[in-house]
Design a protein around this ligand. Structure first.
Ligand code: FAD
Length: 507
């Protein structure tokens, strides 16, 4: 019997627990700081923006960001069985095949090419419209491709882009990504489905070789030399130690590097400043942090009432190239249609039903920040610095995306909807004015990655098989290993990473 400890029961951890406990030769313990979610609002798709800040959100904050007018950004992260899949916006987008070529280049392994991941994407999914060679139809996660439910404003948004020469895509999980489609969503029978619900079914939970420990916060790893032998947990105020033959970290892009640092692994200067003795120097740990942002947004007052969404409010994304004449290949910007007035914190919005927002953003930002512990205790808040909008590449493409959002708002397709552009407002035209506006309204798209990035380089935290370099017996399987962000929301990629790892893992 091999004892496997999976730390973190989020999007990746739940998949791993189900897949690895299918082998009766493994005894799997899944450890989660949060509890089983009980809030009925989690299942209601339209409620997703209102879940943040509730007790099952870690609710991290960044340090003030020079690139966004000195603002502090709240970073929601799920703290419950299912992790951030309890909070996310449910979009299912794989990204572009070239995103995964970057992973191949970084890791030195074809394992992370789009084609090699394709069976794993398909294995996670069950599309409402059936499967084909690109889409799965027998996986645990239901994927709804909306049809009749699509809002009339969104239909006009899609038609408008088509009239402007952009492709109409069926969904964002094919080989082409440039184009517009209704957002495919992790919803079944009108309810959000988390990875906990999809993978930790009653039959899986009944397995004698699977233990799920909730309300257990992981403080540190136990090390004997370079060998990880288990973890120290805090359960209801008391310290416990769990021993294991194999340890897998799935605490997410924030939680995983924080645990490693609390365990004395990381940049010696960071550890010394936090009062943690350095046991292993890994200067890359916590570096390379990056995230998508969205401008919120081009806000329009509507000529006619905007009925509530039957889905989750943000109903369509249009991925595009900087040059609108290029309609194939990898996109550079995105414009989204939200059928409600959605704005950044501190910005006044039109009343519900009287307006809507066109979000805009950059698909593959180049700004890179870092994350660090500030003390040895679980309660010490981390230092999170995504260095938002710190490159000219990102600032330039953000302006392009804002102008593209304005273009669809001004197009004939939306003429029956747009009474006036409330934000940025017609007076703001120059690049300097647009930059200042973007800095004020850019918000997180909630996709932090790369704090334990995989790489071929010896300095990289994990190798191409997600084993942590320098330590025996430790693997990392979550959003932290993603070396560079995919063009779209990353949950589909996180599920495929977990599925690929589980298929190749020999306990
Ligand atoms: P998580 O799912 O965050 O799991 C980590 C788990 O580890 C959590 O359960 C956490 O409680 C636990 N943990 C952490 N530290 C400890 C500790 N010390 N001890 C014990 N347990 C611990 N992606 C999309 O593709 N589409 C979207 O529409 C989308 N929208 C989003 C909206 C929001 C508000 C958020 C927050 C995210 C969104 N995302 C979206 C991103 C996506 O949900 C995440 O990237 C993904 O869930 C990350 O999975 P993970 O397994 O890496 O981490």
């Amino acid at each position: 019997m091999t004892d496997i400890l999976i730390l973190g029961a989020g999007s990746a951890g739940c998949i791993l627990a189900a897949r690895l406990s299918a082998d009766p030769a493994c005894r799997v313990t899944l450890v989660e700081a949060g509890t089983r979610p009980t809030d009925p609002d989690i299942a209601r798709p339209a409620m997703w923006p209102f879940l943040q800040g509730r007790p099952y959100d870690w609710d991290y904050t960044t340090v003030p960001q020079p690139g966004t007018a000195g603002r502090v950004h709240h970073w929601a992260r799920g703290k419950a069985l299912g992790g951030s899949s309890n909070l996310h916006a449910m979009f299912h987008v794989r990204g572009h095949a070239e995103d995964y070529e970057d992973w191949v280049a970084a890791s030195g392994s074809q394992r992370w090419s789009y084609d090699a991941l394709l069976p794993h994407f398909r294995a996670t999914e069950s599309w409402s419209c059936g499967g084909d060679d690109l889409h799965g139809d027998a996986g645990p996660m239901p994927i709804l491709l909306p049809e009749a439910e699509t809002h009339p404003l969104v239909r006009d948004f899609i038609a408008g882009w088509v009239a402007m020469g952009q492709p109409r895509l069926r969904d964002h999980c094919g080989r082409a990504l440039i184009g517009t489609a209704p957002n495919a969503l992790m919803i079944r029978d009108g309810r959000r489905i988390t990875t906990a619900e999809a993978w930790l079914t009653p039959a899986v939970l009944a397995r004698p070789n699977l233990t799920v420990l909730t309300g257990a916060e992981v403080h540190r790893l136990r090390l004997e030399g370079a060998r990880v032998t288990g973890a120290e947990l805090r359960v209801e105020g008391t310290e416990q130690v769990l021993a294991a033959d194999r340890v897998i970290l799935s605490l997410g892009a924030i939680g995983t590097p924080l645990l490693l640092m609390r365990s004395g692994i990381g940049d010696p200067a960071v550890l010394a400043a936090a009062g943690v003795p350095c046991r292993m120097e890994r200067t890359e740990l916590g570096r390379n942090l990056h995230d998508h942002m969205l401008g919120a947004g081009v806000v329009c007052r509507s000529k006619r009432p905007v009925a509530p969404s039957k889905l989750q409010v943000s109903e369509s994304l249009s991925y595009q190239a900087e040059d609108p004449a290029r309609t194939t290949g990898r996109p550079e910007i995105v414009v989204g249609c939200v059928v409600a007035p959605s704005v950044a914190e501190g910005v006044e919005a039109p009343a519900p039903g009287t307006g809507f927002t066109l979000l805009f953003g950059v698909t593959n930002p180049t700004s890179r920040g870092r994350l660090a512990i500030t003390g040895p205790a679980l309660s010490d808040a981390p230092m999170i610095d995504p260095a938002y909008l710190s490159t000219e590449h990102d600032r330039h493409l953000f302006r392009v995306a804002l102008k593209r959002a304005r273009a669809i708002a001004a197009s004939p397709a939306l003429a029956d909807w747009v009474a006036e552009e409330v934000l940025p407002g017609p007076a703001l035209r120059s690049d300097a004015e647009l930059d200042a506006f973007i800095a004020r309204v850019a918000i997180t798209h909630h996709h932090p990655v790369a704090t334990c990035a995989m790489g071929r380089d010896e300095a990289a935290i994990t190798d191409a098989d997600l084993a942590m370099r320098g330590l025996d017996n430790l693997w990392i399987v979550d959003a932290s290993v993603i070396p560079s962000i995919t063009a779209g929301p990353i949950h589909a990629a996180v599920m495929a990473i977990a599925e690929s790892f589980a298929s190749g893992f020999r306990g």
